[in-house]
Design a protein around this ligand. Sequence first.
Ligand SMILES: [Zn+2]
Length: 148
Amino acid sequence: MYTDFALRQALDRYRDYPSLALCYDIACQYWKNIGARFKLSFPDFVDAVSRMRYFVPKLHAYGHTDSCRYQYALDFATGVGRTHGERIESSWAEANLSGPSTSEMNAGHRRDVLAAYYNFWNFNQLVLLGEVSVGVGISTNQFCSSVP
Ligand SMILES: [Zn+2]
């Protein structure tokens, strides 16, 4: 139910897009009754979720059956680029370090601190992506280890 609500919020501005793709750790199970759930809770979004294609992120796919790995693989899909679907989780290990301090903050302060953290994370990714793109000699390992 919470995931449905989050998806509905995410689709708010994109539901009319002709091609929609959802990459989710349990997409192989999640999509099965999504039409019925959305018909009940978010009827304006039923068309969007029925047009959506569902994928399992590449690292999570190892925990699924062989059938899932092929049926929900990003590798065999068009229009999704070469993504692995795990990008959002790459900052979590670092972000977890802020837990002890942010848990002591009031909601507004916590929100500001976490927004600053993620803005800084995103900014550094963009800066380093530019360095990688122009070929300044930074290796993939250096890139990954230098992103805070
Ligand atoms: Zn599966």
